[in-house]
Each structure stands twice: as structure tokens, then as C-alpha cells.
Design a protein around this ligand. Sequence first.
Ligand code: PEP
Length: 250
Amino acid sequence: MAHMIVAGNWKMNASKNAVTELLSGLKHGAVTIKNAELVVFPPFPYLAQAQAELTGTSIHIGAQNICAADKGAYTGEVSLTMVKEFGVSYVLVGHSERRALYAEDDAQVAAKYVAIQAAQLTPILCVGETLEQRKQGLTLSVVTGQIQAVIDAAGGASFANAVIAYEPVWAIGTGLTASPGEAQEVHRAIRAHIASVALEQASGLKILYGGSVTATSAEELFAQADIDGGLVGGASLTADSFLAIGQAAK
Ligand code: PEP
């Protein structure tokens, strides 16, 4: 089986000292990770520090967000050209916190996805249902709808250079995790949806699970047929817990 991806979304948590400590722990431990590619997503001000620390290692760098425009009068925004200068190779798009707190809709998510690929970087497209939607039996239609918005804008073939992260909103930062069976059901539906428009791309597509993943839950989650790694928030903030999740990739 192709390798997994274990991605650490630091969100708005860091300091210069914390970055030094975390990355030095990850650098030392990365040699013990045989079956997963590690990616870290520091806040923008720490990208240069991450690049300096990680150049020459196997750990990749991602950006948590991006502006779809390339330059100009967009106060407070950061462009793809800028993050590329700091060794970024992945960009998160559609994270539920961006959707909920910054009102990013499917159209904006799709525009960012297109821009990320145009810049020759790899989008990690985040999708997931709220608790209310799950209770109403809407999980699969919500998730495939979020993906369809991107297919409409970028085409199914675009998934040759993309990663999807299934993150049930009710599991993010709550300590609740979808059971391996619940997660696998959604991952299988996601792969089937991509296969319906791009058969060739669907089988190689990496679909990560996210939502309170720990080393304990990772093992069984990663053993599911359609789970190809994890997008990790809280547990990515210390080297030991993040590395332990990487080691769960078999
Ligand atoms: C996330 O923010 O993508 C996430 C999965 O966070 P946590 O692991 O803390 O639930």
C-alpha cells in the first residue's frame, strides 16, 4: 500500500520557542516513522522558522489557509506565491473553522482549491458534517455536496493532485472521534463519489480522517480500507503525541 499522510494542523498555537522545541522533537523522531509522510501546518509567522528547521528532513510544510488572489489590495491576506517561498507544499482549504468562523462557502473553497493547484501546490480539501446534520441522516449528502462544489469548479481529474480530509465537525477539538466503522463508511462514500467522475484518480486518492485523533484511536482508524492517514489538531502540538500517531500508520 502507498504511504499514509499524517498532517499536523497547529491552528493559532505557537511561539518561537515552542516551534523550536516541537520541530526539534519531530526531526529526531521522524526517522522512526516508516509508513507515513509527516506534514506540519504552522501559523504564517513561523513558516520561515519551519523552513529553516526542516530543510533537508523528510517533514513537509503546509499552510493553514490562503488567499485565492495572487497579490494586491487584500489587507491581512497571504498569497500562494508568498508561502511557496517558504517551502510550503500543501495548503488546507475548507477547514470547518474557516467555514464556520469566517463564513467561507463552497464557492470560496472551490476558488481557493483551483488557485492552490494553479500554483502547483497540493490542496487538502476538508469536508465534514455537523452533529445536527449527522442526526438528520445527512452526513453523506453534506460531504459529497461539499466535494461536488469542487468537482464543478475544478473537474474530477483535479483529484490526481489533491488530498481530502474527512473531519466530522462534532469531532474536531471535542475529544469525540467517529468510530472506525463510521469513518470508513464516509471515506468509502467519498472515494465512490470521486470514482463516479474520475475513476482513475479515485483509487490513488489519499483520504485523511480528522477529529480528535490520538495515538490510541489512530491505529484502528488507519487500519480501515479507505483511511489513508490523519489530519491532527490538538495532538500535533507535542512531538511525542504527533510521532505516536505517525507510528500508527502501518
Ligand atoms: C483539526 O483541526 O483539523 C482537527 C482535527 O483538530 P483536533 O485533532 O484537535 O480535533
